[in-house]
Design a protein. Structure first.
Length: 118
């Protein structure tokens, strides 16, 4: 099962993969050198790490995702609510709105989501 945790640098690395996949590992190393100023060895070390977490794969030198960016962000958000708000979406919304007023558009969008989940 995939591990849905990435550090800041790993997230930047993941973004490069998601934006360019599928891509050859040497192309990935070149992009990481340009964008992150990494040596090839650093790219391969981080690639190995994220592949072990079952988020990406490197098959025959071609890197691609096993989990889409959207799936990753959704699962990470779900885990955050579970860990921080005892899995309670209402508690999360209450905490979120205690410091930020929802716009009419936000409220309409939330209502549409609620209506669709009924």
């Amino acid at each position: 099962m995939a591990e849905y945790k990435l550090g800041e640098i790993e997230m930047k690395f993941a973004e490069i993969i998601w934006e360019n996949e599928p891509l050859k590992s040497r192309e990935l190393a070149k992009l990481c050198e340009e964008r992150l100023e990494w040596k090839k060895s650093t790219t391969y070390t981080i690639l190995h790490r994220v592949c072990e977490r079952e988020l990406f794969q490197n098959e025959n030198g071609v890197v691609s995702s096993l989990v889409s960016k959207e799936e990753f962000l959704a699962k990470r958000s779900e885990l955050f609510v579970e860990d921080t708000f005892e899995g309670s979406l209402p508690k999360f919304v209450a905490a979120f709105t205690s410091h930020r007023k929802l716009s009419a558009q936000d409220i309409e969008e939330l209502q549409r989501i609620i209506d669709q989940s009924k």
